[in-house]
Write a protein that binds this ligand. Structure first.
Ligand code: NAG
Ligand code: NAG
Ligand code: NAG
Ligand code: NAG
Length: 362
């Protein structure tokens, strides 16, 4: 498949040469400061100390002095980026940024951490904000709940960590999270399902990227084992062991949410967790807490390069609508591994590439 070839080439390039590229000039847009500029530079001693703390906290292991010096430079940019964000934030900014695992990765590396999804730059989102019109169009006569949180209903497993060992398996984590949710909703039993089976067995996919629709297609044809029977190791084995592991869950179909339609996504999330493709960038990766409202450079034509699961939605005390995102980069990122992301404004193209499993009967 051509899309996969392109992806592999891109990611190959990233893996081989990415570390040697000087950190790219920034493409960060609008409200956030340019990470390369540091008008109000912080005392270098403070940044050195923060860098040491960072190395210890995240177990970073730089093998050469060159590598360490390169990573220090990127870390400095990230630190200044966050400091500048703090300094210039308005009274209405609803989120904080902070240092985490990703602080020593440059923009190119972050953008390619999970590969590119096959949505072309010219595919503008179909976005409607007229809820009434949408309601009629999709026959949404039923009233949706004002908020849903699948975590509190026991349909969400613990947050996983694809950063250690580093594996661009977001497409597998985002798919499994939605399926774990549906299985719990239907069976009233929460079971961790195998991300590793997808990484090993989905053709053309790996820790260098993949696609949730390919993952769902695989599960449709082969079912899936539990995490317990096919455990995560964070790299692609040279074999696929699905023939010798117990099958834990099956699906009867998988569907895509009408493209770009956040109301349709809301209706689906009211019924079950959903796998979504989004665009990610430095702001996304440095998210710490609050309702995240910063869009990707490129807005509605940005490349989708990350996959997560939407496990709920709600509205905060200030009336800001948000999605609840489950990511797979450990509990140090965001709100213990989750993000609240602004809802209803097409942010990060959240409804552009959204899939969910269907189970008719067990
Ligand atoms: C760091 O990496 C080197 C080379 O890969 C390895 O020999 C060493 O054990 C690692 N150290 C730690 C603390 O992980
Ligand atoms: C930025 O602000 C956050 C939230 O107040 C704080 O936790 C963080 O330490 C600040 N970071 C920098 C680099 O100023
Ligand atoms: C902040 O929000 C309030 C209330 O919506 C609005 O009146 C005000 O203009 C906003 N301030 C800025 C700087 O955007
Ligand atoms: C909505 O309901 C009408 C009447 O029941 C039906 O004819 C139409 O096909 C439905 N539309 C959709 C999008 O389901």
């Amino acid at each position: 498949m051509a899309k996969i070839l392109v992806l592999m080439l891109l990611v190959e390039f990233f893996l081989v040469f990415g570390w040697f590229l000087s950190s790219s000039s920034s493409a960060t847009a609008s409200v956030l400061p340019n990470p390369s500029s540091s008008p109000n530079s912080i005392d270098p001693l403070i940044i050195h100390q923060e860098f040491e703390n960072f190395i210890t906290e995240y177990g970073k292991n730089y093998t050469t002095e060159e590598e360490r010096s390169k990573r220090f430079q990127i870390f400095t940019k990230t630190f200044n980026y966050i400091a500048e964000f703090n300094r210039t934030r308005g009274p209405n900014t609803t989120f904080d940024l902070g240092i985490n695992f990703f602080a020593d990765l440059d923009d190119d590396e972050l953008e390619k951490f999970c590969g590119d999804l096959p949505v072309s730059d010219s595919d503008e989102d179909y976005v409607r904000d007229d809820e009434e019109e949408e309601r009629n169009m999709y026959n949404m006569t039923d009233q949706l709940p004002a908020s849903v949180d699948w975590r509190s209903k026991g349909a969400v497993t613990s947050v996983k960590d694809q950063t250690s060992p580093a594996c661009g398996g977001c497409w597998a984590f985002g798919t499994i999270a939605a399926l774990e949710g549906l299985v719990q909703i239907r069976k009233k039993k929460l079971v961790e399902l195998s991300v590793q089976e997808l990484i090993d067995c989905v053709e053309g996919s790996s820790c260098r990227g993949g696609y949730p629709d390919d993952a769902y297609e695989y599960i449709l044809e082969n079912q899936i084992s539990s995490e317990e029977f096919y455990s995560y190791v964070g790299f692609k084995h040279t074999y696929c062991a699905n023939a010798i592991t117990k099958r834990e869950a099956k699906i009867d179909q998988y569907e895509q949410v009408p493209q770009g339609n956040e109301l349709a996504l809301k209706r689906r999330v009211a019924a079950q967790p959903v796998t979504v493709g989004i665009c990610s960038d430095k702001a996304y990766y440095t998210y710490r807490r609050g309702v995240f409202s910063h869009d990707c450079p490129g807005g509605r034509t940005a490349k989708l390069n990350h996959v997560v699961a939407v496990v709920g939605y709600g509205t905060d005390a200030h009336g800001t609508d948000f999605w609840i995102i489950k990511d797979s980069q450990g509990t140090n990122w965001g709100e213990r591994g989750f993000m609240r992301m602004k809802r209803g404004v097409g942010l990060r193209r959240i409804a552009r590439y959204a899939f969910y499993p269907v189970i008719v009967e067990f």
